[in-house]
Write a protein that binds this ligand. Structure first.
Ligand code: ZN
Length: 79
């Protein structure tokens, strides 16, 4: 069973070597221009690791891509 979620994904903090559960330590910081910074914060030493940035355009694009993939899956199922 393939699991693409971040539910149980972990990473190790470079600063204090603590194993972090990505989902539990994920935070979002809002910038100007609608940009959102997704980052992981270590609960032990407070080190921050930026995972990715999103803004409205990117979110719209991701939504479109997801719809495209869903469409392709449906087509496969029918054939
Ligand atoms: Zn740390």
């Amino acid at each position: 069973m393939e699991d693409l979620g971040t539910e149980h994904q972990t990473c190790v903090c470079d600063q204090c070597m603590t194993r972090l559960l990505i989902k539990g330590c994920s935070k979002i910081r809002k910038h100007d221009n609608g940009i959102k910074e997704h980052y992981i914060k270590c609960p032990r030493c407070k080190a921050e690791y930026t995972s990715f940035y999103t803004n409205e355009d990117i979110r719209r694009m991701q939504h479109r891509i997801r719809k495209m993939f869903a469409l392709r899956r449906n087509m496969k199922k029918e054939s």
